[in-house]
Design a binder for this molecule. Structure first.
Ligand code: ADP
Ligand code: MG
Ligand code: ZN
Length: 647
């Protein structure tokens, strides 16, 4: 469509046919006519302009031959020829000096001839050649220009929109820092529980942000950066927000991974942006989450150096050195692996304060539960102490989630307050998964029941095992067909000190599922359902031999911790022992596992009748609580001492 217009208008001014149309118009009218044509041209096609009706020129009252006759007759006083328009303007000798226009053809030598002849005979005919300004040509040009401008404008708009949408490719130089700013976080220290030491240390930062004079008066240098180190969900972000909230200063936050982009130099410019904004808003707090994303050891890593990351880190260091310690900007960074950080980040004047934010202990968990129970309705039978005791290893985020899940379950069950049952179910939901509808009776269900009872029976029979909490064959999301759960050993988990006997029994219990499958259904029928049990066994046994010195190989750490293969350092340092020792370790791990498996098989075999009875009960009830389980077991065999006592 557009193409047609361009063609139409570039043709129009040069077309002889168009010109004819103007022959008898006075100049003013001609322009108006031309404009009208421009306007019309947008709507109607060019063919209209070229119609013979126009070409005929309805006002042409004299023809070429009539003009020649008049010249001969001596009636003409003046002729002005316009070669561009191919017209001749004729003025007559009569008293009114009337004028008219005549259309000329390509060549018109007759006019010159006749005029010359007449003038020789004494006539005085003026003959001028004078082009009239060609309005239509000018208008055509304007129209063309307009159209071109329009097309260019349209193209530019499309282009601009695509660069905006397509993002950084076109304007990566101008970094748009992706930090967020909260003028008031609204979070106070009271909302953070269980990390009292960290809070105490950070109290000082709050005072500095509020009353810097107190420090500067005595010449104290204020720490610029604080590094919070701890596992995910322990409240590092929350703590940083609480500092800003307590001090009443703006909170800038950005994740370390946001700095790093595809293009080299973008990260560095984002760092500059962030610090410029922060300085404008001082006093304020800048929070950099996941700083390990940029702050890794430079020059380490298997993939070779990462230029972009190094540049970003260098810029960060420069900025931290650049601003005065007392300018009122405090940087708090968080990571869960300080071991990978570049040492340059940790030296004094940068992140010189490092605060551990660990998983909460019993008191911490209780405190966190209290914080999150504040706005919830708990029934009288719920004791936060019991929940805290049952949830070792839970982070603050897990506990917050637990209380929320319990509240959701309560609402779903249309109760007015959260009860013990809801808390219980919420814990299972978080640790194991959503419960699904029970399987229909089938061979698969029987096999799962034997597998789980295998675990449960061993946790009840073994001397150093933690007592059974419950065993169930209600499936859970994530592919769990059922589970057998022991009571948490608060003491051991909280202290982090596990005994060899306890771990050996754990291995045996883990193998109990597979052992029951094999005893009951035969070696040919064992299933992949034991995959995670087997994985756990292999890892634990290997750690016992190679890291904790709990085997006949003696108290020697023969391997570093596994994982962290991403770091050049650790990767290089991984194998610390000779090939013989390596195979020795393998042999040791194997005999340890096989021994445990034999123990498990034997116990199952000896208690086959009991096993069958428990399986029938489980298939019937779908869940057996620890109490009932022990009571049945005690009818068949002697329970270990600690299992009979207070449970
Ligand atoms: P992190 O940054 O360490 O990964 P967050 O600060 O994002 O953890 O914690 C996530 C959520 O968990 C918080 O919003 C809060 O509700 C809860 N939470 C975590 N730790 C605590 C704590 N010590 N006290 C109260 N709530 C906590
Ligand atoms: Mg966080
Ligand atoms: Zn299992």
């Amino acid at each position: 469509m557009k193409g047609d217009w361009i063609k139409a208008w570039s043709k129009a001014p040069t077309s002889g046919d168009v010109a004819t149309k103007q022959e008898n118009c006075p100049p003013k009218q001609k322009r108006a006519n031309g404009l009208a044509r421009v306007a019309a041209g947008w709507l109607i096609l060019q063919s209209v302009l070229l119609t013979p009706a126009f070409a005929a020129g309805e006002k042409a009252n004299k023809t070429y031959s009539e003009l020649l006759q008049q010249i001969e007759a001596g009636q003409v006083s003046k002729i002005i020829i316009d070669p561009a328009q191919q017209t001749a303007k004729v003025t007559l000798k009569d008293t009114k000096r009337s004028e008219y226009e005549v259309t000329l053809f390509d060549k018109y030598p007759e006019i010159y001839q006749k005029v010359r002849d007449s003038n020789k005979q004494g006539e005085k005919i003026q003959l001028d050649i004078q082009p009239t300004p060609d309005h239509s040509a000018a208008l055509g040009l304007v129209a063309n220009l307009l159209l071109i401008l329009l097309v260019i404008g349209g193209l530019m708009m499309i282009l601009r929109r695509s660069t905006q949408a397509g993002g950084q490719a076109m304007n990566f130089g101008k970094s748009r820092a992706r930090f967020s700013m909260e003028a008031k976080t609204g979070i106070l220290f009271d909302d953070v529980a269980g990390i009292e030491e960290a809070k105490e240390e950070l109290q000082e930062v709050v005072t500095f942000l509020k009353k810097p004079e107190r420090f500067t008066a005595v010449g104290a240098r204020i720490p610029k950066g604080v590094l919070l180190i701890g596992p995910p969900g322990t409240g590092k972000t929350l703590l940083a927000k609480a500092i800003a909230g307590e001090a009443g200063v703006p909170f800038f936050s950005m994740s370390g991974s946001e700095f790093v982009e595809m293009f080299v130099g973008v990260g560095a410019s984002r760092v500059r942006d962030l610090f410029r904004k922060a300085k404008e808003n001082a006093p304020c707090l800048v929070f950099i989450d996941e700083i390990d994303a940029v702050g890794r050891q430079r020059g380490a890593g298997i993939g070779g150096g990462n230029d972009e990351r190094e540049q970003t880190l260098n810029q960060l260091l420069t900025e931290m050195d650049g601003f005065e310690g007392n300018s009122g900007v405090i940087i708090i960074a968080a990571t869960n692996r300080s071991d990978v950080l570049d040492t340059a980040l940790l030296r004094p004047g940068r992140f010189d304060r490092q605060i551990m934010v660990d998983l909460p202990g019993y008191n911490g968990r209780l405190g966190i539960l209290q914080v999150h129970a504040r706005n919830k309705k708990l029934s009288a039978d719920v004791s936060l102490e019991t929940i805290a005791r049952r949830t070792p290893g839970f982070s603050g985020a897990d506990l917050a989630n637990l209380m929320n899940e319990a509240a959701i379950l309560t609402a779903r069950r249309r109760k007015d307050s959260i009860g013990d049952q809801e808390i219980d179910d919420a814990i299972d939901r978080i640790t194991i998964g959503l419960s699904l509808t029970p399987l229909l009776d089938s061979k698969k269900k029987r096999l799962i029941a034997y597998h789980e009872i295998g675990h449960a029976l061993l946790s009840t029979l073994l001397k150093n095992a933690d007592p059974l909490n419950k065993v169930t064959i209600i499936p859970r999301s994530g592919g769990t067909g059922g589970f057998s759960q022991q009571v948490f050993n608060e003491e051991m988990v909280d202290s982090g000190l596990y005994t060899r006997a306890w771990m050996l029994d754990r291995i045996t219990i883990a193998l109990g599922g597979r052992a029951a499958e094999a005893e009951v259904f035969g070696e040919a029928e064992i299933t992949t359902g034991a995959a995670s049990d087997i994985r756990y066994v292999a890892d634990t046994a290997r750690d016992m031999v190679a890291r904790w010195g709990m085997s006949k190989l003696g108290p020697m750490a023969l391997e570093g911790s596994s994982g962290e293969v991403f770091l050049g350092r650790d990767w290089m340092a991984r194998s610390e022992c000779s090939e013989e020792v390596s195979s020795e370790i393998d042999r040791c791990v194997r005999s340890m596992v096989l021994e445990s498996y034999e123990t498990a098989r034997q116990l199952i075999r000896e208690n086959r009748q009991l096993l069958d009875r428990l399986v029938d009960l489980l298939l019937d009830q779908e869940t057996i609580e620890g109490e009932q389980f022990r009571q049945i077991v005690s009818q068949y065999t002697q329970l270990p001492e600690h299992q009979t006592a207070d449970r």
